[in-house]
Design a protein around this ligand. Structure first.
Ligand SMILES: CC(=O)N[C@H]1[C@@H](OP(=O)(O)OP(=O)(O)OC[C@H]2O[C@@H](n3ccc(=O)[nH]c3=O)[C@H](O)[C@@H]2O)O[C@H](CO)[C@@H](O)[C@@H]1O
Ligand SMILES: C=C(OP(=O)(O)O)C(=O)O
Length: 430
């Protein structure tokens, strides 16, 4: 199992580039199921979840090429033949976003068998709302041997009101609706930029969608979709992570190739924390810490609120701010796994249910810590960048799910971070 060794203390200086958004790329790859033609996606991040999605599509009979060049990361996907419309447990268990193939598979082939995604480090993560929506569109659902099976000769347009806002649920049902017969109206939809990105691809493939990015989406189903070429949005969570890295280290960092419009809530909190934030070009943000960081409360919400995927990273920053910050996690019931590891480094954090109270400024000292999930890992990297001494982060495979070569990117702006591969000869991820 790879580890990161990080020596804290260096301010980050220079320019760091953001990759394409994993959470846009994953539904967009699943959307290729909806057509027999080739779908080409550009700005694909080189991360493990993308490789997992490639394996998933290939296991169903698709042809997927993934190319990671210096100038361009792209994938071309052809789902002309889908001989086995099954998302197998071995793949689904490593990536919850695998449930995104459910809607497109049943819409295109009339049958989908998807292993039930289990709970994971950040909470139970059911997909009942995906299922309920498909049933409303006429799919017959059954459960056997840990698999969900959905069948429908052709899905029918319907009115779907989400009981709760769900990002992949909105994406899954949007992909189902584009090939359904008649009109689908979805209410209480997720408004995340990843939903809008998917809708842009589907529209380029010939779908008829109105309202993506708002809470009501209207879809007129079409008979067939065709191939398309689409460029994936920059990753707003990777960008946010780098902004915090610049701020926490007292650096002067330009985060390039990002979309500032997708980062409103994060930029506002950084400014409230006393960080100087300047949008210096349409795709570049400069952060500088001038003086002490100030404690600020955050409360995670659906977009455009403060993202849950930035909560752990923000908490690392809060440990370095003067005063008490209250962090409320409202999306997932168990997303404070980083707290005990931050505490091992000297952070003063008390958790009560879905609220964490962070008392700063706490001097952090390097420690051996364990990554428990993707964003928790990012939070530990950020803490290690300011800790006194050399920290060792174990289980960085969590990080590799969603951050492209993060150690190389951070080293490029002055961090002392290196990857050590399998030093104890132990087994890989579990
Ligand atoms: C691949 C991807 O895009 N992942 C993101 C997506 O996850 P994901 O789409 O899985 O998260 P959801 O938006 O679906 O989850 C939001 C809340 O709704 C609940 N829920 C969801 C579906 C359902 O059928 N029933 C139900 O109760 C969940 O347990 C959670 O409490 O959005 C999350 C919230 O912004 C992000 O943290 C994840 O990074
Ligand atoms: C939680 C995340 O991903 P996933 O939904 O794939 O677990 C994330 O990207 O922070």
């Amino acid at each position: 199992m790879d580890k990161f060794v990080i020596r804290g203390g260096n301010p980050l200086l220079g320019t760091i580039r953001v990759s394409g958004a994993k959470n846009s790329a994953l539904p967009c790859m699943a959307a290729a199921i909806l057509t027999e033609d080739e779908v080409i996606l550009e700005n694909i991040p080189q991360v493990r979840d993308i490789e997992t999605e490639r394996k998933l599509l290939v296991s169903m009979g698709a042809e997927v090429e993934l190319g990671y060049g210096r100038a361009q990361h792209r994938t071309s996907i052809s789902c002309r033949v889908l001989s086995d419309p099954v998302a197998k447990y071995e793949i689904v268990k490593t990536m919850r976003a695998s449930s995104l193939v459910l809607g497109p598979l049943v819409a295109r082939t009339g049958l989908a068998r998807v292993a039930m995604p289990g709970g994971c480090a950040i909470g139970g993560r059911p997909i009942d709302l995906h299922i309920k929506g498909l049933e409303t569109m006429g799919a017959k659902i059954s459960y056997e041997h840990g698999y969900i099976e959905a069948r429908a000769e052709r899905l029918k347009g319907a009115k779907i009101v989400f009981d709760k806002i769900t990002v992949t649920g909105t994406e899954d049902l949007l992909m189902a609706a584009v090939l359904a017969e008649g009109e689908t109206v979805m209410e209480n939809c997720a408004r995340e930029p990843e939903v809008t990105d998917l809708a842009a691809l589907l529209t380029a493939m010939g779908a008829n969608i109105e309202g993506a990015g708002s809470s009501t989406i209207r879809v007129q189903g079409v008979e067939k979709l065709h191939g398309a070429r689409h460029r994936i949005n920059p990753d707003r969570i990777e960008a946010g992570t780098f902004l915090v890295a610049g701020a926490i280290t007292g650096g002067d960092l330009c985060v390039a190739n990002c979309n500032p419009a997708h980062l409103g809530a994060v930029l506002k909190k950084l400014e409230e924390s006393g960080v100087r934030v300047d949008i210096i070009a349409k795709d570049q943000i400069r952060v500088r810490s001038e003086g002490a960081l100030k404690a600020t409360d955050i409360s995670t919400e659906e977009y455009p609120g403060f993202p849950t995927d930035m909560q752990a990273q923000y908490m690392a920053l809060a440990t370095q701010a003067e005063g008490t910050s209250v962090v409320a996690e409202n999306i997932f019931e168990n997303r404070f796994m980083h707290v005990q590891e931050l505490a091992r480094m000297g952070a003063n954090i008390k958790v009560d249910g879905r609220t964490a109270t962070v008392r700063g400024k706490a001097p952090l000292s390097a420690a051996a810590v364990m990554c428990s999930d993707l964003r928790a890992s990012a939070s530990l990297v950020l803490a290690a960048l300011v800790a006194d001494g050399e920290s060792i982060l174990d289980r960085v495979y969590h990080m590799d799910r969603g951050y492209e070569h993060i150690e190389e990117k951070l080293r490029g702006v002055g961090a002392q971070i290196r990857r050590m591969g399998n030093i104890f000869g132990d087994k890989g991820e579990e």
